[in-house]
Structure formats: structure tokens, C-alpha cells
Write a protein that binds this ligand. Structure first.
Ligand code: HH2
Length: 282
């Protein structure tokens, strides 16, 4: 398995949506064979973790029955886990349990509530902030202080998980989950508040809607998901520069390059004694 620490960069989590309806790649990797092939592509591109999900959490998404989600996720986790670290993106306890049995070692939990499973099974856990559920979360979300609210909830959940014995706890501001464009920007601008909690921070901006809105041309039409790589890279770079330890992305190869750039330039600027190879810098 790749060890990003030796490569001077933060971690890159590659997204593998085994769903017919994900917001940017719905249907593309649906079905075990296609999904496993995509997983191997992500590994070849340099993904440190492959995040397997069987239920879309996009705004308006419908819940998937547990049997269906298990059928989507478990065989893919089983096939990929001998080759790469696998996380399971689920809010269902049964799916998290089965995925861990199949080889997943990280539970990516957008409900920030599954830490008892992580504690019981001795695996890592990602606590993501969201306000509301996918069905309603983008209906006029409001906060008094979005950064403080998100930080405090995540810090509380992380403390509960630590008390329960979870050894690896990531926190994630949940970009786009019950947040307006301004909320997303505020969270990205103040990621240092999350980093200051001492928990490693994961950020997922990849291809999300606010990037399309912010990059709209004079006609005001949002840029479609398929054309949001520049914004995805810019925001991943921004997050890493502020101390995020991992980014969750669709476009792994490009993001690995951006993460290397951040890591190596930080080392060079910090005078850590590493000179960047001319080969690399050329
Ligand atoms: N975003 C999505 C899903 N899971 N997990 C974490 N930790 N952080 C995120 O920002 C995050 C997440 C939504 O993106 P995607 O998986 O591409 O789409 P969909 O939910 O439609 O499958």
C-alpha cells in the first residue's frame, strides 16, 4: 500500500460510487465488475484510500434499502481491500459492519453517528458534519456561526468516539451538506479552526455544486459537474495548505499531483532541508 508520508504529501481518498444516481458519476461505476475496475484505476492513479459507497448523499437523494446497499458495496470492498486501504461511505450500521468484515478499515460516516461500530470493530472513523438529511438539507440552511457550529459538533462527536476507544478519528466539515455557497466558503476559509481541534481533517469539495456556481460565466449558468476539475483542484490545494490531512476526490491523479506540490513546496519553504529534485522541479 502506498505510504503518502514518505512522499511528502497528504492523503488522497478516491471516490468509488457504486450507485446509479450519484451527483457527478451516477451509473458510471454501477455493478461489481465495473466498480472493481474503477477501484484498480484509482489505485493506479495513486489513491491512498478507496472510498466505496452504495448510496448517494446528494441533495434530494432517496435512501437505499439495506439489502441493496450491501449487495452494491460488500463484493467491491472484498475485491479491493487486499490491494488498497478501503473505507466504506455509509450511514447504516449493518453496512458498516459488513464492509469491515469484508476488509474495510475506515468508516466514512456522513451522519457522524457510527462511532460505536468503529469502536467495536477496531477500525478508523470519519465524522462528517451535515445539517438535515439529503432530502431537505439544501432548503435554506441557516447558522449563527457556521464555523463554530460545525467545529463544536465534530469535536463533541470525536470526544465521544475517543472515549469509546476509537483510535483513528477524522473530522470533516461536510462541504455541501446543509450549507449555502457562502457557508462552504466560510468553512474552507477557516479550516484552521478544525485543524486546531487536533483531529486530522478530511475535506471533500470534488465537483460539488458550489464550484459550478462560483465559476459561472457572465450568463450566470453554473459550470456542470464534468467541468469542475479546476475548482476541485483549487479547493483541494487550499484545504491542504490550511492543514487538511486528506482530501476526498473523483480525480485522483490530478489531486495527487496537487498534493505533492503542496507538500514539497511547504517543505522547501520551511527550510526542512529537502531540496526538490531538478527532475521534479523541471
Ligand atoms: N461527500 C459526498 C459523499 N461522502 N464523505 C465525506 N467524508 N465528505 C464529503 O464531503 C462527502 C462524503 C458527496 O459526494 P459524492 O460521493 O461524489 O456524491 P454522492 O453522494 O451523490 O454519491
Amino acid at each position: 500500500m502506498p505510504d503518502a508520508a514518505t512522499e511528502d504529501r497528504a492523503l488522497v481518498m478516491g471516490i468509488l460510487n457504486v450507485t446509479p444516481d450519484s451527483f457527478s458519476d451516477g451509473g458510471e461505476w454501477f455493478g461489481t465488475d465495473r466498480a472493481v475496475r474503477r477501484g484498480h484505476q484509482l489505485i493506479a492513479e495513486g489513491a491512498d484510500i478507496v472510498d466505496v459507497g452504495g448510496e448517494s448523499s446528494r441533495p434530494g437523494a432517496q435512501s437505499v434499502p439495506v439489502e441493496e446497499e450491501l449487495a452494491r458495496v460488500v463484493p467491491v470492498v472484498q475485491a479491493l481491500s487486499p490491494h488498497v486501504r478501503v473505507s466504506v461511505d455509509t450511514v447504516k450500521e449493518d453496512v458498516a459492519e459488513a464492509a469491515v468484515t469484508a476488509g474495510a478499515t475506515l468508516i466514512n460516516d456522513v451522519s457522524a453517528s457510527l462511532w460505536p461500530v468503529a469502536a467495536r470493530r477496531g477500525v478508523g472513523w470519519v465524522a462528517m458534519h451535515r445539517k438535515g438529511t439529503p432530502a431537505t438539507m439544501q432548503d435554506d440552511p441557516r447558522y449563527d456561526d457556521v464555523v463554530a457550529e460545525v467545529r463544536d459538533l465534530l469535536a463533541d462527536r470525536a470526544a465521544a468516539a475517543a472515549a469509546a476507544g476509537v483510535h483513528e478519528i477524522w473530522i470533516d466539515p461536510g462541504i455541501g451538506f446543509g450549507k449555502s455557497v457562502d457557508h462552504n466558503l466560510e468553512l474552507l476559509a477557516h479550516l484552521d479552526a478544525l485543524v486546531a481541534t487536533g483531529h486530522p481533517v478530511l475535506v471533500g469539495t470534488s465537483r460539488k455544486g458550489f464550484l459550478g456556481v462560483l465559476a459561472a460565466g457572465p450568463d450566470g449558468v453554473p459550470v456542470p459537474a464534468s467541468e469542475r476539475l479546476p475548482g476541485s483542484l483549487a479547493t483541494a490545494t487550499w484545504a491542504l495548505r490550511q492543514g487538511a490531512g486528506m482530501v476526498r476526490v473523483h480525480d485522483v491523479a490530478a489531486t495527487v499531483q496537487a498534493a505533492l506540490l503542496v507538500g514539497r513546496s511547504e517543505r522547501a519553504a520551511g527550510g526542512a532541508g529537502t531540496s526538490i529534485d531538478t527532475e521534479v522541479g523541471a
